[in-house]
Design a binder for this molecule. Structure first.
Ligand SMILES: *[C@@H]1O[C@H](CO)[C@@H](O)[C@H](O)[C@H]1NC(C)=O
Ligand SMILES: *[C@@H]1O[C@H](CO)[C@@H](O)[C@H](O)[C@H]1NC(C)=O
Ligand SMILES: *[C@H]1O[C@H](CO)[C@@H](O)[C@@H](O)[C@H]1NC(C)=O
Length: 449
């Protein structure tokens, strides 16, 4: 005789038997994905990873402490070796939507953002169960709101403030703060930034701004100054620089026979992406005045070899301008160098030049740091916060227009004592490198112990 097992008992039995499956497989799968036992941080950049040095330094620094680093971004160029060879760092490529044709149509921007949102959600789902997510701001759309939502998974949010997205956008719209897109960007930045657990800023001015205008909590907001990375080193003092410039493959073809560093000739360098906020015309203008001074007043002025590295929208125009001018004392060369050769070029120069001005007036240019790291005093276009990095007559010179740049060039080229002082201060300062600085700040925020 059969006893019929009641249905409810069957259901209970099934549930009971499946508990191990749920506890050991399904819950971990949903909550933790592929996480190992290490602390895990997602580092997110909506830009090319290879061209986001600060993000790469963060990744390497966390990796050194043994964290599992998930670095998400676009991979347009080859990755730096330090990133691709690091076993603790996994790079995740975000798919991107490229524009066919031209024009910045609003429709395209909307489509692009939607596409990005989907890719980001997909990626974040794969990386669920992380302890922290670090994002760079700007851009704040769409990553900032998504990251705030992602906090629901128990992940803490760190925002690294490089700049303010709305102020960059505002520039695009001719300074109009009341353009709907600018206003929207401002609102998003202001509202969602309140959900961050930690905030890092690149300058004290930016920190003060965030605390005052966005009402962020002063205790959870720390300045993490950028530092030159370790691949930027001063030229060794026991080797002849003249010999190096005439033998190094990537530079020797630019050095004419009569160019002699030992006789006082100077090499200067600037790197740029040829955008409207970095006016190479100022530098070319100053060099032309220098030519004029040479011809009319002072035939003892040293030769200047000026390297302009980088590429960008306005490059062709400047190349043409340089070609058309009859240079006598200056030589201007446009170069595009690999990631390995760029630090080597910097080492071989006497001065760096920075034409960067900031859209928010709150950020500092990385390239000045790399120049400092290479032991170069920097002649820089002045703007308010620059003082946090560069002090006039201490580790560089400042100018506001081509006339002043020309004057600075004359001092820089002729005054050997000035050069010696500036250089000494720069070298002293670069001893404070990224890693120790980073660990100090992270300890202050109690992110690491
Ligand atoms: C990767 O993490 C381990 C600890 O898990 C650490 O010992 C090692 O130094 C890290 N590797 C790098 C390249 O930083
Ligand atoms: C990057 O790699 C170079 C050599 O490949 C190394 O000297 C340097 O320490 C690395 N940079 C960082 C930031 O660790
Ligand atoms: C970052 O962290 C704090 C923690 O208070 C968070 O509440 C924010 O509002 C955000 N901003 C800052 C800098 O504190």
């Amino acid at each position: 005789m059969f006893v019929e097992i009641p249905r409810w008992l069957l259901v209970l039995l099934t549930i009971y038997l499946s508990i191990p499956l749920v506890v050991y497989f399904i819950i971990p799968y949903v909550c933790y994905g592929t996480k190992s036992t290490k602390k895990r941080i997602i580092i997110f950049v909506l830009g090319d990873v290879g061209h986001s040095p600060r993000i790469c330094y963060h990744a390497i620094s966390f990796s050194r402490l043994g964290w599992q680093v998930e670095l998400c971004g676009y991979v347009d160029d080859t990755l730096p070796k330090n990133i691709s060879d690091d076993p603790n760092i996994t790079v995740h490529h975000i798919s991107n939507l490229n524009r066919k044709g031209g024009g910045t149509s609003v429709l395209f921007m909307v489509k692009k953002v939607l596409f990005q949102v989907l890719s980001i959600f997909k990626l974040l789902w794969e990386l669920r169960g992380s302890n922290y997510i670090l994002i760079q701001n700007p851009p704040s759309v769409p990553i900032l709101p998504i990251a705030v939502l992602y906090k629901l998974s128990g992940c803490k949010l760190i925002i690294d403030w490089h700049n303010l997205a709305y102020s960059i956008l505002q520039l695009k719209f001719k300074g109009n703060f009341y353009h709907p897109l600018v206003l929207m960007s401002y609102m998003i930045e202001m509202i969602f930034s309140k959900f961050a657990d930690y905030n890092l800023t690149v300058t004290e001015a930016m920190r003060k701004y965030l605390i005052q205008s966005f009402h962020l909590n002063a205790k959870r907001c720390a300045v993490l100054y950028d530092r030159p990375a370790s691949q930027f080193q001063p030229f060794p003092s026991d080797i002849s620089r003249q010999k190096a410039i005439t033998t190094e493959i990537f530079i020797k073809d630019y050095v004419h026979d009569d160019f002699d560093i030992e006789k006082g000739d100077k090499i200067i360098v600037t790197s740029t992406s040829f955008t409207p906020d970095e006016d190479i015309g100022v530098l070319l203008g100053a060099l032309k005045i220098y030519e004029n001074s040479y011809v009319k007043f002072d035939s003892s002025l040293p030769r200047i070899l000026c390297f302009i590295t980088g590429k960008g929208p306005l490059k062709e125009e400047y190349v043409k301008q340089v070609k058309e001018y009859n240079w006598k004392r200056c030589q201007v060369e446009f170069v595009w160098l690999s990631a390995e050769n760029y630090p080597k070029l910097l080492q071989l120069c006497d001065y760096g030049v920075s034409l960067h001005t900031s859209s928010s007036g709150l950020d500092l240019p990385m390239k000045i740091l790399d120049m400092f790291g290479s032991g170069l005093p920097v002649i820089a276009m002045n703007y308010p916060v620059l003082d946090e990095l560069l002090q006039h007559n201490v580790n560089g010179l400042k100018f506001v227009d081509r006339r002043e740049l020309h004057e600075s060039l004359i001092f820089a080229m002729k005054d050997a004592d000035l050069y010696k002082d500036l250089k000494e201060n720069v070298i002293h300062e670069t001893e404070n490198r990224w890693q120790s600085n980073w660990e100090g700040t992270m300890k202050k925020l109690k992110l690491i112990h």
